[in-house]
Design a protein around this ligand. Structure first.
Ligand SMILES: N=c1c2ncn([C@@H]3O[C@H](COP(=O)(O)OP(=O)(O)OP(=O)(O)O)[C@@H](O)[C@H]3O)c2ncn1[C@@H]1O[C@H](COP(=O)(O)O)[C@@H](O)[C@H]1O
Length: 102
């Protein structure tokens, strides 16, 4: 199992956990809007590291952002499997071709 699949399963399990027992459960208990706000903050932190060019710091902030993206999606009952299905649907279609077809 990949680390991402493992993480998504943990996040799913936290939906029914007590807020005081886990950061994920605490965040989910605050609702989708708060989860979205938190993802926005973490995404900006990753952007800052990408601009600065520190690879280790970017990997760390990217991991934070990925985690918070999955929590935000879980808060709206969008699973990693849903995201993977969308990625698979797009696979093989060039972004340039997709844009030209709109
Ligand atoms: N990947 C993560 C993960 N990434 C970040 N975080 C937490 O997200 C929180 C972010 O809070 P802050 O904004 O205060 O943190 P920050 O951005 O570092 O703080 P500042 O420097 O901006 O002040 C911290 O408590 C981090 O520990 C995470 N918490 C949990 N996970 C994963 O989720 C699993 C379950 O965690 P729990 O639900 O807490 O059991 C863990 O085993 C991990 O695999």
């Amino acid at each position: 199992m990949s680390a991402l699949t493992d993480l998504a399963q943990t996040i799913e399990a936290r939906k029914t956990a007590a807020p005081e027992s886990s950061w994920t459960a605490k965040l989910l208990s605050k609702g989708p809007e708060k989860c979205a706000e938190k993802f926005g903050e973490e995404a900006v932190e990753a952007i800052i590291e990408a601009v600065k060019g520190d690879k280790a710091a970017l990997a760390s902030e990217a991991a934070d952002a990925l985690y918070h993206l999955l929590v935000m999606c879980a808060a709206r009952d969008v699973s990693l499997a849903d995201i993977e299905a969308e990625l698979a649907r797009r696979s093989g279609t060039s972004g340039i071709a997709e844009k030209a077809s709109r």
